[in-house]
Design a protein around this ligand. Structure first.
Ligand SMILES: NC(=O)c1ccc[n+]([C@@H]2O[C@H](COP(=O)([O-])OP(=O)(O)OC[C@H]3O[C@@H](n4cnc5c(N)ncnc54)[C@H](OP(=O)(O)O)[C@@H]3O)[C@@H](O)[C@H]2O)c1
Length: 216
């Protein structure tokens, strides 16, 4: 399976590239190809230090979409709509949204678009045949990047297509000790996205770092 990461040079994108590229073909996308290549070089060096082989390619965001079966949109919410307007080729692809629309004052709060969630907004912007899944919304980037730590978290997955949901849940379950849970249709993604400001507030007000969730 080829996984393209739009914004693969960022906090979570690079962490995902590190964790996924030993198992899958990972195509890191960026607005600037040279930045994507530099991210791939850094990931490859970290993995080689641990004797891990990997499959990484650094390209533009557009090429990452064109070459992938599954596309992860790893960009901040405020840039999602303008970025999607510049990109094409999502037809028949699975598109994973870890995107959380969050604002902050003295605390973090959920600030969804009129569509109800980032995931529903993204679905509305993509061709009908693209299948959007919300996943990975509640796993902190620092944990993805801490390669020597076990990623022991639950991951809620929302999607309207059973086959695509299974594919994404299998992908989740293949990463470290992450465990995927079916969290319902894409309409329910607002519930998953809105957990993240709670996690950030818990971390902030209790002197904790990178708080995550485990469903038991
Ligand atoms: N960070 C976390 O712990 C975490 C956890 C769960 C979910 N998420 C979600 O994951 C997504 C990415 O978060 P992040 O922290 O990884 O973001 P980030 O590091 O701030 O940015 C990710 C990438 O977005 C691209 N970008 C920046 N400005 C842009 C613009 N104006 N237009 C288009 N692309 C732009 C950049 O890539 P290029 O410059 O290479 O194009 C950047 O490397 C967010 O939606 C967030 O809610 C994050």
């Amino acid at each position: 399976m080829k996984i393209g990461i739009v914004g693969g040079t960022g906090e979570i994108g690079e962490g995902m590239a590190l964790r996924l590229s030993p198992k899958y073909d990972v195509i890191v996308g960026s607005r600037e190809e040279t930045k994507a290549i530099a991210t791939c070089d850094a990931c490859r060096a970290s993995l080689e230090e641990r004797d891990l082989a990997c499959n990484l390619l650094g390209v533009t965001n557009q090429r990452a979409i064109d070459e992938a079966d599954v596309v992860i949109l790893a960009i901040p919410f405020r840039h999602v709509a303008p970025t999607l307007k510049t990109l094409t080729g999502f037809e028949d692809k699975i598109v994973i949204s870890p995107v959380n629309p969050i604002e902050r004052t003295t605390y973090f709060y959920y600030a969804p678009p009129p569509e109800g969630s980032a995931a529903m907004m993204i679905k509305g912007m993509l061709p009908e045949s693209a299948i959007v899944c919300a996943a990975f919304n509640n796993v902190a980037a620092n944990k993805w990047r801490a390669l020597d730590e076990v990623l022991d978290y639950s991951v809620a997955v929302c999607c309207d297509d059973d086959g695509a949901k299974r594919t994404v849940m299998d992908l989740v379950n293949s990463v470290s000790s992450l465990r995927a849970y079916d969290a319902g249709p894409l309409h329910a993604a607002s519930i998953v996205e809105s957990l993240t400001p709670l996690l950030l507030n818990i971390a902030r007000f209790n002197g904790m770092k990178d708080v995550g969730v485990r469903f038991v």
